[in-house]
Design a protein around this ligand. Structure first.
Ligand SMILES: [Zn+2]
Length: 359
């Protein structure tokens, strides 16, 4: 191998000579847990060529960045399944989020829980087909041609130069740099079975998603998070590197639901939320009243111990209370709450408030 065919890379801090044109996939051939490469600080698909002198780091699927890529790639698989189930569905955006992902769709009918079950099965089929994610740099005209049936993607292309301010999640699809489309290529025939306008990166293939994913719920969502826009249907999901990690996550969620105060409040006869009062407004039952009083007594005693004094004002003052309250340094916002306090004034306040005398 002559020097002319070689380049030098810094791989995980060590200088390494490789042939010109070497990709991340070739560099990390023996590390199956590496799913993307950090190249000079930026995440890149493994099939991209590595440039001379670049600092390279392998990103594993269980690292924070690896999990984000896994979840976003799973969102692609879900969108492909959705367009199989509902061929008229138009694509919105599909970013990763904490512990999972979502994708928005313009569809005639909202998704049902049965739809989500069907979609999970269809997604597993796509995963098992081991489709390749193939990055394609395109011109704006080529992107418009490829996305001609996707009105929301066409709109995003128009926002490319202003992606950061354009709305929720736009950066995931377009932004600074090349316009890229990712093809999902089916292995047997080598044909592109689905594609999306997206900045990437993605996993090298769908097989890496394994069966450790689940669709969790659906809801409506406004296009780009703006309520003046079209209402779309959003499906949320989660994805993990292993089935065990998925199960552990699902157990955490189930445990949180078991401890949900709204559920426990009803089950233990502590409080309820009558519809006629409005959502989120609790009525405390006798048992709940005992707990509430104990907490209030404790809070009051702690304030007395800390040198506060109490003042009392009406709980439904005029609107101007918000303004006058601003003069109360340290007073909390909710002027109709009976237990806000301040540390540095005893002036009359528009709230029932313990106050500490300044001397
Ligand atoms: Zn993508």
């Amino acid at each position: 191998m002559s020097d002319a065919q070689q380049i030098t890379l810094i791989v995980d801090g060590e200088e390494t000579k490789v042939t010109t044109g070497t990709t991340g996939a070739e560099l990390f051939f023996e590390r199956r847990d590496v799913v993307v490469a950090r190249v000079n600080g930026e995440l890149k698909d493994l099939d991209q060529e590595l440039p001379e002198g670049a600092e390279i780091e392998g990103v594993t699927i269980d690292s924070p960045d690896g999990l984000d890529v896994l979840r976003h790639s799973t969102a692609h698989v879900m969108a492909q399944a959705v367009q199989q189930l509902r061929p008229d569905a138009k694509l919105g955006i599909g970013p990763y989020i904490t512990d999972g992902f979502y994708f928005d769709f313009d569809v005639a009918e909202p998704f049902t829980p049965e739809d989500l079950k069907t979609l999970e099965k269809m997604m597993l089929k796509i995963v098992n087909q081991n489709q390749k994610f193939v990055r394609r740099v395109v011109s704006e005209d080529e992107a418009r041609e490829a996305m001609k049936n996707e009105p929301y993607k066409l709109e995003l292309l128009g926002k490319k130069n202003n992606a950061a301010e354009a709305g929720e999640g736009v950066n995931v699809e377009v932004g600074a740099g090349d316009i890229t489309i990712y093809n999902n290529v089916e292995r047997k025939e080598g044909t592109t079975v689905w594609c999306d306008l997206c900045r990437g990166p993605h996993l090298p293939n769908t097989k890496l998603i394994s069966n450790a994913f689940a669709l969790t719920r659906s809801s409506s969502a406004y296009w780009l998070g703006n309520q003046k826009n079209q209402q779309l249907q959003r499906i949320y999901g989660t994805a993990w590197p292993t089935k065990d990690a998925l199960k552990a996550y699902q157990e955490r969620i189930a445990e949180a639901e078991r401890r949900d105060h709204r559920k426990l409040g009803v089950e233990l006869d502590l409080f309820s939320f009558p519809d006629e009062l409005g959502s989120g407004l609790p009525v405390f039952h006798p048992k709940g009243g005992i707990i509430r009083k104990e907490m209030e007594d404790y809070s009051r005693q702690r304030h007395v111990d800390a040198g506060y004094e109490f003042v009392y004002t009406p709980t439904s003052p005029r609107d101007t209370c918000t303004k006058s309250q601003a003069t109360w340094t340290g007073t909390r916002k909710a002027c109709s709450r009976p237990c806000t306090w301040t540390r540095n004034s005893t002036r009359t306040a528009p709230c029932e408030s313990p106050a500490r005398t300044t001397t």
